[in-house]
Design a protein around this ligand. Structure first.
Ligand SMILES: Nc1ncnc2c1ncn2[C@@H]1O[C@H](COP(=O)(O)OP(=O)(O)OP(=O)(O)O)[C@@H](O)[C@H]1O
Ligand SMILES: [Mg+2]
Length: 221
């Protein structure tokens, strides 16, 4: 479903955020992308979502070379992916409802269905009752769960989650993993970035480990 073939990412200042990284995530797999701060995890996710482009190598999403994707195909590519950004990327002056409903609103979904789906997904992430709250008034962990609900509400076939448990206590972190596992069992392919090796070990799911922009290890615990 996702394939990186000798992918490098050199930034404008000459620094390599990724070097010669090759790995794949099969359809229906749940894979962790792990490594310390600065290892290149967010860079990998941004390259898949095509908010960044590689300076070398090839990235395939569902067999399609993303370097060849432009215009309306790029919109479709992004719509097939549920992205949970490390910094949430919420509209802070809008309500929780508006944020979570946004992906459905741009697809022209009716108000009634929108309300039902927002209810379902906010409940799934433990945020029922927050619909009328402004995003700017939420705590970090609450924002993170709103961002997760927004990413899942379109039932995307690929989910990219960047440190979605980063600001959460243990029990809410476990809940987020459960929600992602549930989406995975319903057919979504999941790539989740986390620096939390304990989490990776305890779930025993496949992982790819980066250090200094290079892949240093991959496998299963
Ligand atoms: N636009 C940029 N210009 C220059 N360097 C960058 C840029 N974006 C990222 N980097 C560098 O690339 C490296 C990888 O960054 P990335 O954000 O992918 O790390 P990460 O593994 O997600 O870290 P964290 O766990 O802290 O989120 C870092 O050293 C970072 O400073
Ligand atoms: Mg990061």
């Amino acid at each position: 479903m996702l394939q990186f073939l000798s992918v490098s990412r050199r930034f404008d200042d000459g620094y390599y955020g990724l070097r010669d990284v090759t790995f794949k995530v099969d359809p229906g797999q749940f894979v962790f992308l792990t490594g310390e701060s600065g290892a290149g995890k967010s860079t990998v996710l941004r390259l898949v979502f095509r908010t960044e482009r590689p300076s070398g190598g090839t990235i395939l999403v569902d067999g399609v070379d993303t370097s060849a994707v432009h215009g309306s195909s790029l919109t479709s590519l992004r719509r097939s992916i549920g992205m949970v950004f490390q910094d949430y990327m919420l509209l802070f002056d809008r309500t929780v409802f508006d944020n979570v409903a946004l992906p459905l609103a741009v697809r022209g979904v009716s108000k009634r269905v929108m309300q039902e789906e927002v209810d379902t997904y906010l409940e799934r992430v433990g945020m029922s009752g927050y619909q009328r709250r402004l995003c700017q008034s939420l705590s970090g962990g609450e924002k993170q769960r709103v961002a997760l609900a927004r990413a899942l509400i379109t039932k995307p076939k690929v989910i990219l989650a960047d440190e979605p448990t980063g600001n959460l206590d243990l029990s809410n972190g476990e809940k987020v993993i459960e929600v992602l596992r549930d989406a995975n069992l319903r057919g979504a392919t999941v790539l989740m970035a986390t620096h939390d090796l304990y989490l990776v070990q305890s779930t025993r799911l496949p992982y790819v480990r980066l250090r200094g922009g290079r892949k240093v290890e991959e496998g299963n615990f």
